[in-house]
Design a protein around this ligand. Sequence first.
Ligand code: CA
Length: 647
Amino acid sequence: MKELFNSKEFEEKYHYDKNDLGATYLREKTMFKVWSPLASNVDLLLYKTGEDGQYVEKTTMVQEEKGIWAIEVERDLKNIYYTYEVTVNGITNEAVDPYAKAVGVNGNRAMVVDLSETNPTGFDNDKRVELSNPTDAIIYELHVRDVSISDNSGISNKGKFLGLTEAGTRSSQGEKTGLDHIKELGVTHVHLLPSFDYCSVDEGKLNEKQYNWGYDPQNYNVPEGSYSTNPFDGTVRIKEFKEMVKVFHDNGIGVILDVVYNHTGLTEDSLFNKIVPNYYYRQNSEGGFSDGAACFNETASDRSMFRKYMIDSITYWAKEYHIDGFRFDLMGLHDIDTMNEIRKELDKIDSNILMYGEGWTAADTPLLEEKRAIKKNVPKLHERIAAFNDDIRDGVKGHVFYKEEAGFVNGKEGMEESVKFGIVAATSHPEIDYSKIIYSREPWAKEPTQTVNYVSAHDNFTLWDKITETNPGDSEEIRIKMDMLSNFIVLTSQGIPFIHAGEEFLRTKFGDENSFKSPDNINQLDWERKSKVKEVYEYYKGLIELRKAHPAFRMTNSKDIQNHLSFMVMPKENMVGYMISDNANGDIWKSLLIILNGNREGYEVTLPDGEWSIVVNDKVAGTKVIDKAVSGKVSVPPIGALVLYLE
Ligand code: CA
């Protein structure tokens, strides 16, 4: 089968390129179309409800060209549930339409939906956030349930999409929470962990405590039911998801979806595999499912009908839900051509839509290395497709897996070049010694728009827990300085900055490194922490304010970085200093100086000529002058940083 599905003959004979797969609803009729080239029979089953009960009608579909099975039902089928019964190789399976736009509880039946009726008031005029360049984005990675589920969130719709629409919510200590908090922090985009329909949470038992990150896709084109107030009615999750998007947009915040097209939650029994067995998945040398995702299977973006599926699905979310960006899980399992094709199709809708992903695989894959959308192949990707920068992630605070291993901020020597590599967004710069970077040996980004800088995300330790692991003997005061310096680096570097929700108040998962199904008390944002470490929160907020006010931190191309950014000679090791000069990227400041110190002692640095003003030190961050450096020298605080400018 592998040879057949990989062959040009199969593609030429069966590739279907029209955009009418799934159920196309009109009041007077609904057209159903499904691609199943090897089926001997396909029936359409209609149901009154999304679960239980027998079908009310069963109709044999008509085989057409290119492996399509189709049927038109000439009456109003709005809110009718349906499945396909597909016979391939003598085996008959009932399957949900891969193109389902609405589903019943637990996604076990598709539903015919009139999408025009799912739009909240004003949705027709709803617009994506404006973004001049991808480097203007400041991304905040959030799980829908985590933000509201704690007792002290002050949010009513706990664990729901609607929880993110509530304004005016306050913690028990009176601090802003949820939407108000995100707005106050100043990030430009929220990046939601998987919010399409996934398998692992039983939507029929929402009274029971259940938790999952959601990296087990079931229905790609439908929002997850457990985040809706009623997963039994197929329209509710759609309406509430759109409501959430609209409220974010009304508040000037973009919505990015974490999409997981690299594998499916189920393997043999997935809806894809029931309809065209083995086609949608790559095979290993024995002919079984290959598993580059380390989740029992990996999809085959290099086969034309799955490539089409990804493009159709992503453009559907962009158009129907006004999504502002996509984060690709294990992007390295997708082929470069598919990623570039998605970019091209998204550009037809809105070129501001962000695309970035994990430039690696979880395990080995039969996809040839030169075709993988991995970090080292980023130069072959469109300049507006970015990869996560694990060099800066681990260079700043230590390895994600080796608990005790530290980085620049928490005591490891020799990390200067890795930090510099992050500062230039993994691009080429003449003053970096690439032989000393923690992982890479060469620049892997052509442009700063291809790099997402971060120090932690939902995977592995939170930043605060990591620092607790590496530096258990240090006081909380010292560890806080390490934390603040970490995201100082992220938020002042070139490229696209990304922070993990709650980092701004020292989020802890109590040392849980892999909380994908851990209970709420591990995963929830504990809003009490915001008031406990207000100075940390204010520091993050100030850095975000600074970045947004000063385009010098957001240069749009590598030539500008090479021309405007130069590194300084530092008096000690474990320090990095650089100047951004000549009103870079249109900045009102003529020159900026950024100096980082990973040492436990402060050091004096001689300044270039001029009257330098300090706007950030190790305690305060923002755009207001907090001090002047008048002596031609400045003291750089221990485990801390400075931002200075010249008008
Ligand atoms: Ca689900």
